[in-house]
Structure formats: C-alpha cells, structure tokens
Ligand binder design. Structure first.
Ligand SMILES: [Zn+2]
Length: 412
C-alpha cells in the first residue's frame, strides 16, 4: 500500500469513527462531520474514493434528493450494491462519506450541491450527470444563477467522457449542457418560468409556445428531447409509451422519474426493468411520508423555495383536506423571507389553511395579500386537535420540516 493510499484509508477510518460518535451523540446522522474530518486529513480523498467507480451525479435546484433515490433504485436492477448519500448531505464531505461507507460498491449515485459541481465533476470523473432545473433558492439573485450555469457549462465542456442527462424544458439547463460532448435531452417540464424569460446566450427575450421556447435574436432554442414526460406516462426514445404509476405524488416526481429512466438507459437498463423499481419508492428522507396521529393521516411535504412551493401545491389532496404551512428562517432556510412574495397562494383559497413556524406572521401577511383565509397555530399538533379525523397535508420549509419530523419521531 502506498503512502497516499494509506492516508486515504486512515482518513476514511477516522472520518467514519467521527460519524459514529456524532450519531451516538444524537447530532444528526453523522454523515457530514465524518466527511469533514476525513477531508481535512486528506484533501484529495474524494478523487481517491471515486477511483474505479462508475459515478452518477445529480444536481439542480429542486428534486435532487428524490431523483438520487429513484436513480439508485433503478440501478439496483444491475444486481450490484449502489453507494449513495441518501440523506441529502450533498457537499464534498457528504459525498466522501457516502463513498467511504460503501467502499466495496462499484456504482454510486451522488446528490451534489449546485455550487460544487465543477470540483466534484473533476474529482470523481463521473460517468453520468443529471441536470434537473435551475431557479432561485431563497434569496439567490438571478445573476448568481446565471453565473452558476456558466460554471457548469465550462465544467461540462472539460469533461467529454461524461454523459449529460439534461432537462430540455429549462432554458438555463439547456444552455449549460449545450457545450457537452454527449447529451441525452429529457422533456421533464418546467413549472417555474420566472427565472428564465431571457435567453441565456444573448439576453434577448425568450418566446414560449409550450412546450417549445426559442430566442428570436440568436436562434438558441429548446433541444429536441428523446425522453418525454406526457401526462401520467413517459415516451421513450423508441417512441414507446409507458405508464409511470408511481407511488410518489405529483408532476415534479414524474419528471424526476423520467430523468431516472434516461440515466438507467446509459447503463443498459430498459424502462420495463426500471419502472417496477421506481414504483416501490414511497418516501424519500421523510418526504411524502404519512404519519398517523390521533386518527389523522398527516402527510409531510418539503418545499424549500418558490418553485418547490408550487410543486407542493400540485400534490395537495382534494380541497376538503386542510393544509398546514410551516415556515422558519434559520440558516439552511435563508434568513430573509421575502421569497414568500414570489409564490402564488391563491391555489389555497378553497381549503382550510393553518399557518405555523417561527416566521408565521410573515407568511400570514403574504396570505392576507392573496386573500387566503388562514388560522395561526403554534404547531402541527394543535391542528391535529382541531381538524376532523382523516387526511391533513403539511408543507414546510427545511428546518420547519426537520422540527416536525423530530416531533413525530425520527423514524418518519
Ligand atoms: Zn439569444
């Protein structure tokens, strides 16, 4: 064993031990702290752990965790272990931990934070990267998103061996992938158009005629997709239609599943083999889980940014089902809640709405403006006592979601 290999192994062992201590101390699942320590001991660790593995990276503003889970399920068809950062620890430390914990796995699917794509792509020599969508996350400025797309484009141009699976319906994604050597275009849809009215290439106004979009100035236009989400079904590159019939709800998850099918194709696995595996995924890191609480079926939905809130509204039960909205503004949520004004809440007018979380008053003002009636409450348990037995939906942003999960027990 060379000196470098020895250091990498030592770093992984010490990092793993730190992760176990962190878990025992009740500080999260331990995946990040172990990775942080390991990377400090061996900065080139990620590349060393990735060597000899076939790696899929998954990135975008929304849907990363779910798509990572779906692709992991799909690659299970190959009958080999698949390493993954299933709990969303998606910066370098989390990725190193995922690869280190499952050192024997030859396949890995890694959810990767948007900002870390260039170094992670270079370090892991990924075989496939899935680009889902790009929009504002909390208070990111439009200029930051454009800069990110530019960095992705440069990184992908520098990785000719990597297959890019990209959403043709998102102009910024299409632009960042346009310079790549190998691209599989997927028509996964885009509900949130607000961040992409301008041509990423020349800045002129984009013309949209659903599903097409094009720039009248420079000719940059929506690429033709080989995998197409069509209602409840997917059309594969040969033109065959397959019903998705997922257990996960909503259009956004159907789009995620289409991306998973396109990635699986790169590994030689066909749709009919993959679909039964995708249908078995019912909950992802607690999202979409239904918790039974004193005769109520409480379903938990996570929404971290304006596009995510629209996706969550899309999966709400019928209007007879009340909804709880929970908003915090701690570090991971972004401290500024002005993004609340970007969401159209009028979808909620026909149902009973409860508002909670540390920033419930900010949300209340916003709902007032959209003429949505609501009731202020201290938490989900208070609502459980007020509503009739049956279904109850909860939409929460990141730390509010984690608080609700821990109230209901970590098993959720
Ligand atoms: Zn243009």
């Amino acid at each position: 064993m060379s000196k470098l290999q020895l250091r990498a192994r030592l770093a992984t062992t010490i990092g793993g031990a730190a992760g176990r201590v962190s878990r025992l101390a009740g500080r999260g699942d331990g995946s990040v702290i172990g990775g942080v320590i390991a990377l400090r001991l061996e900065p080139g660790l990620l590349g060393k752990l990735a060597a000899g593995k076939q790696i899929v990276l998954v990135t975008g503003t929304n849907g990363k965790t779910t798509t990572t889970r779906l692709i992991t399920a799909a690659l299970g068809a190959l009958g080999q272990p698949v390493a993954s950062n299933a709990f969303g620890a998606n910066m370098e430390a989390g990725l190193a931990t995922a690869l280190g914990q499952d050192a024997g796995a030859r396949l890995a699917v890694l959810e990767t934070d948007e900002k870390y794509i260039p170094p992670v792509l270079a370090a892991t020599q990924a075989r496939v990267i899935a680009l889902l969508n790009l929009s504002r996350d909390q208070m990111d400025r439009a200029a930051e998103i454009w800069l990110l797309a530019r960095r992705w484009r440069d990184a992908l141009e520098a990785a000719p061996d990597c297959l890019v699976v990209a959403n043709a319906d998102d102009p910024l994604i299409a632009w960042s992938a346009a310079g790549a050597k190998q691209v599989t275009w997927v028509a996964a849809g885009q509900r949130w158009h607000e961040d992409s009215w301008c041509c990423p290439q020349c800045g002129a106004h984009l013309v949209r005629e659903d599903p097409d979009w094009r720039c009248t100035e420079c000719g940059f236009a929506r690429p033709e997709a080989s995998w197409v989400l069509d209602g409840e079904a997917v059309v594969d590159p040969a033109g065959h239609r397959h019903e998705l019939a997922l257990a996960l709800p909503g259009r956004a998850n159907r789009a995620n599943a289409v991306v998973a099918l396109a990635v699986a194709e790169a590994f030689g696995i066909g749709a009919e083999q993959v679909l039964p595996r995708l249908r078995e995924v019912t909950s992802v890191a607690g999202r979409y889980t239904t918790v039974h609480r004193r005769g109520r079926d409480v379903r938990l939905l996570l929404a971290k940014n304006p596009a995510g809130w629209l996706e969550a509204f899309d999966v709400l039960g019928p209007s007879s089902v009340p909804v709880v909205l929970a908003v915090n503004a701690q570090g991971p949520d972004g401290r500024d809640t002005s993004w609340l004004w970007d969401v159209d809440y009028r979808h909620l007018r026909d149902r009973r709405v409860f508002v909670t979380g540390e920033r419930r008053l900010d949300l209340a003002v916003r709902l007032e403006a959209d003429e949505v009636a609501f009731e202020l409450v201290t938490g989900v348990d208070e609502v459980v006592n007020q509503v009739d037995p049956g279904a109850l939906d909860v939409i929460a942003n990141y730390t509010a979601f984690q608080q609700i999960r821990s109230t209901f027990g970590r098993a959720v």
